[in-house]
Design a protein around this ligand. Structure first.
Ligand code: NAG
Ligand code: NAG
Ligand code: NAG
Length: 498
């Protein structure tokens, strides 16, 4: 726009080249602890290295030639829960539209990977529900299938979000199937017999016909219903956290062999027969200590599964993803859940916790990462929700809805956007060196991408309490140097190499 106006004033197109950015120009954006920098433009690095002016220095390198190409980026984002949809729908239409732009478009974070809850999760208001609560073991044909008010609202919200960014990929995960499909007869977790009535668990009395095929049909009906509304479903997991069973909110145990059997013999064929064979089934959807679960599913349901979904809790050890990559060459991996509590929650609420749950997986072959819960409000008791009684109380999420016309973008939003905004769908992660964290948590972690337009993005998480001068060597033969503010994630955008 600016060049067009100036060219018009100069009366000649010859004025344009002089105003165009130089090939060697770089950009840099930073978000820091406390958000005095919030996706703020800062001085970009200079070609040739520049001078540190007495600042502490740090060296990074990337291999931006073909020998350094690693996985392809699908995207980044978070979970659309009932809490997200309920609170977003409290906003007036102008404010909602602004918020969705902040999440999904290049004016904001450019999210292109969303997970949503199939029926109730712990971040739902009372009562817990699924999309077929009127069936029973004696009438298992899903005649009562119905998205209901909350399911329809969620599908419509996802459709609006996908409309704003056509690259968006949506993953759906159930917290529980309909209660009548389970041995305990209950949507809510209940550690006794909290399992599918599929004949797999014999220590609890079966309550009716084997429901494995009805459970598979439940996924087919759900995907068709969402697709019809424009919330096209790209992938599912069989069960959120299949080894986590708790009372107070929907959960269910699904063991590794059982999961592989359900996918290989029921859900995979059902999707395929329904013309939904392009919907991917992702394995596990739980923490990195369950590597053998992922292996069992990949080994026994490999016809339908080529992707593993990981959560961040109890550890995590992201090197497990590299291990899986080394064993199953073509496998794709995602970090599908990590919660983002307020700073008062200690280490989990640290300014760089969200940056760490994105960068760790990316350094270990993941194609994307999603936080747990995009939106919530602060309830009168100081918890975030709505949530079920036994559910998460400090899942603040990326956005806090304050009133019909006001919302706050939280630290986690900015930290994830430092990646999502600058590492687009189709970018290639580059091999690199120089990331190191000391035992006291200080240090620098970095990951870089080669983007579809030839530019290169370098995300640098500096958890020192001082600014550092970073020097970056590229295998293509350049040296860049620039300032990275204290306790910030700073993303450099370097022009295409010559
Ligand atoms: C990445 O770089 C390291 C260190 O230079 C090297 O050992 C490793 O083989 C490289 N990996 C890939 C996938 O290029
Ligand atoms: C768990 O389910 C059983 C029925 O299977 C029921 O008798 C029991 O009260 C439930 N316990 C809880 C804590 O909900
Ligand atoms: C960041 O560094 C501080 C010390 O400045 C340390 O206390 C904290 O644990 C580090 N955070 C993380 C998540 O490693």
């Amino acid at each position: 726009m600016l060049s067009v106006i100036l060219a018009g004033l100069a009366g000649s197109v010859a004025a344009i080249p002089a105003l165009a950015p130089r090939q060697s120009s770089s950009q840099a954006y930073a978000s820091n602890n406390g958000l005095s920098l919030a996706l703020s433009s800062i001085q970009g690095p200079v070609l040739g290295g520049g001078g540190a002016n007495g600042e502490s220095t740090w060296s990074l390198s990337i291999d931006d030639t073909s020998s350094g190409y690693k996985q392809t980026i699908t995207g980044f984002g978070g979970a659309v829960t009932d809490s997200t949809v309920t609170t977003f729908n409290m906003l007036d239409s102008d404010t909602l539209s602004q918020l969705l732009n902040d999440l999904m478009t290049s004016q904001g974070a450019s999210f292109s990977l969303l997970r949503h809850t199939i029926g109730a999760s712990d971040l739902s208001g009372d009562p817990a529900y699924t999309y077929d609560d009127s069936g029973s073991a004696s009438n298992p044909n899903l005649n009562g299938f119905n998205l209901g008010g909350r399911g329809n609202a969620m599908a419509n919200m996802l459709a609006s979000m996908k409309n704003l960014n056509g690259n968006t990929k949506i993953l759906g995960s159930p917290w529980s199937p309909p209660g009548w499909m389970k041995l305990n007869g209950d949507i809510d977790g209940n550690t006794t017999c909290n399992n599918l009535n599929d004949g797999y668990l014999t220590s609890c009395p079966a309550t009716g016909p084997d429901v494995a095929s009805y459970f598979a049909q439940y996924f087919v009906d759900y995907i068709n219903a969402y697709n019809n509304i424009g919330a096209t479903i790209d992938a599912i997991t069989i069960q959120n956290e299949p080894l986590n069973s708790q009372a107070g909110y929907p959960t269910m145990y699904v063991y590794a062999d059982e999961s592989a059997d359900l996918i290989q013999n029921y859900v995979g064929p059902a999707l395929s027969n329904a013309g939904l064979g392009s919907v991917q089934i992702w394995a596990l959807d739980h923490n990195t200590q369950y590597e053998s679960y992922a292996q069992t599913v990949l080994d026994n349901a490999g016809q339908y599964v080529n992707t593993v979904a990981w959560h961040c809790y109890d550890g995590p050890d992201w090197s497990v993803l590299t291990d899986i990559k080394n064993q199953y060459g073509n496998v794709e991996q995602y970090m599908t859940e990590c919660y983002t509590p307020p700073a008062s929650a200690g280490a989990d609420g640290a300014w760089n916790a969200p940056a760490n749950f994105v960068i760790g997986p990316l350094q270990n072959w993941a194609s994307g990462a999603m936080s747990w819960n995009i939106g919530a409000q602060e309830e009168s008791d100081g918890t975030f929700g709505p949530h079920l009684d036994g559910g998460c109380t400090d899942c603040q999420g990326l956005v806090t809805i304050n009133s019909a016309s006001s919302y706050t973008l939280n630290n986690a939003y900015y930290q994830i956007a430092q990646f999502s905004k600058f590492m687009p769908t189709g970018a290639t992660v580059l091999n690199g060196t120089g990331s190191y964290t000391y035992s006291d948590g200080t240090g620098v972690q970095s990951v870089a991408t080669l983007n579809p337009d030839g530019t290169r993005s370098v995300a640098i998480v500096n958890n020192f309490s001082n600014a550092i001068y970073v020097t970056l060597d590229t295998a293509s033969g350049e040296t860049w140097g620039g300032n990275v503010p204290e306790q910030s994630t700073t993303t450099w955008i370097l022009p295409a190499s010559n």
